[in-house]
Design a protein around this ligand. Structure first.
Ligand SMILES: Cc1ncc(COP(=O)(O)O)c(C=O)c1O
Length: 426
């Protein structure tokens, strides 16, 4: 039995899947028979069974655009756009498109990254360096509500900062006073989520960022989910509390294209209010015999297909296309919300905004209910304090609402005791 979590990226030598490097190759047919056999064990996202990890639109035309763009750049390397100028221009255009979506000012700068975690890591790096250079901070910390994504704590771990998680209100948003009690002269970054993964609620970004601004501390509005949700909700007439660069205190924003931008994995953008700060993100090294090595993201060699897929899908859908998808998605979310709320004992946690729902039960053990749903092939996320189930709803779920609610009604009536409270990877 491995001592590491299932699916870990590392091998500790005790796993059950030990297999020598095959002495002889097999036919492609044999390899693919094996591959597709293994794949039958995976979560069935194509039938709407997952509520995070993948964000399918369920639209064949969108999938075709993504597949063709990915295939067109399967072998290229985004490390050096000088060799592949098409990648350089597409990447620059994607950065501009995403920056405009979050109302970045004209002198803003942005960088492409492989995902929300990398965007956040880079933001923390830039903040640490700004703190060091501009304020002489040598023992930096970052302060974030405990609902913020673990990527902030991970960045602190990687980059040698202290991570300070602060309490939430009863509505699961950042407790502003509680947060600022942990801010001190060594704080290089304050964080709020718009919106957060656990309950889909928006932190009081205006108040947080104004207070950060008054103290001269950078403020990161984490819109890894929200950047491709909230702008389209605003266009549909929803009243959304301010969360982006229209607030003067917001200095940086993480925007994932591979969540509600519906692009295949490996695509996120980190945007800074001032392009000059990007210099802190750049690693520049010139003693290496092959020459100067200079780039602005964590990886060296980097997949090119996320750049191409992002560029292709943003151009294919446009603001209109995303807004239409959002209209339907919010209607799907309403059907889930009404259906869940109508079941005995179930109630929604927090004033969630957008296509995300967390719910608990006042009557049953919600984790026991979730176990039954798991056994029926639905993959639900867990939340804690209080115990609940969380769902990131994607357009594909529109075709599966009734089936889900039928299974949930049965799970609520017939369940045992909870097997585990495992959260799993989100
Ligand atoms: C609000 C928020 N920020 C950051 C992340 C991290 O993104 P990624 O998993 O792409 O690294 C997530 C992931 O779900 C998230 O929900």
């Amino acid at each position: 039995m491995s001592t590491l979590a299932t699916g870990s990226d590392v091998s500790d030598g005790t796993g059950t899947a030990r297999r020598p490097f095959p002495a002889r190759g097999q036919t492609a047919a044999a390899v693919f028979a094996d591959l597709f056999e293994r794949k039958t064990l995976d979560a069935d996202w194509q039938r709407g069974r997952t509520f995070n990890l993948v964000y399918p639109t369920g639209r064949a035309d969108v999938d075709r655009v993504l597949t063709e763009a990915n295939n067109a750049y399967l072998f290229e390397n985004a490390l050096n756009p000088a060799r592949f100028p098409s990648l350089g221009t597409m990447q620059a255009e994607v950065l501009e498109m995403v920056s405009s979506l979050v109302n970045a000012p004209p002198n803003a700068g942005a960088g492409f990254s492989a995902g929300g975690t990398e965007s956040i890591l880079l933001s923390v790096l830039v903040s640490r360096e700004r703190g060091r250079v501009e304020r002489g901070i040598t023992d930096p910390n970052i302060v974030f509500p405990s609902s913020a994504h673990p990527a902030f704590a991970k960045a602190a771990f990687y980059l040698g900062l202290e991570a300070r998680a602060t309490p939430l209100t009863d509505g699961f948003t950042a407790d502003v006073d509680g947060l600022f009690e942990r801010v001190d002269e060594n704080t290089v970054l304050i964080v709020g989520s718009a919106y957060g993964f656990p309950h889909g609620v928006i932190d009081p970004i205006e108040e947080l960022s104004n207070r950060a601004l008054a103290l001269g501390i950078p403020f990161h509005s984490d819109t890894c989910i929200g950047s491709f949700v909230l702008p389209f909700m605003e266009r549909l007439g929803y009243e959304i509390p301010p969360y982006d660069f229209r607030l003067p205190g917001v200095t940086q924003m993480s925007c994932d294209i591979h969540k509600y931008g519906y692009v295949t994995k490996g695509a996120s953008v980190i945007v800074y209010r001032d392009a000059d700060w990007l210099s802190h993100q750049i690693f520049d090294y010139d003693v290496w015999p092959p020459g100067r090595y200079r780039n602005a993201s964590v990886a060296g060699a980097r997949a090119a297909s996320p750049v191409a897929a992002s560029w292709a899908l943003l151009n294919y859908l446009g603001v209109d296309g995303y807004t239409e998808i959002m209209r339907d998605l919010l209607e799907t979310t309403r059907r889930f919300r009404d259906g869940v709320s109508a079941l005995p004992g179930l109630s929604i946690l927090g004033a969630s905004i957008g296509p995300l729902l967390s719910f608990t039960s006042t009557r049953d053990d919600i984790f026991a209910v979730a176990d039954v749903m798991d056994a029926r092939g639905w993959h639900l996320n867990r939340v804690h304090n209080p115990s609940g189930v969380q769902m990131m709803i994607a357009p594909i779920h529109g075709a599966h609402v009734e089936e889900f609610l039928g299974d949930l009604a049965e799970a609520v009536e017939h369940h045992g005791t909870a097997r585990s409270t495992m959260v799993g990877y989100t």
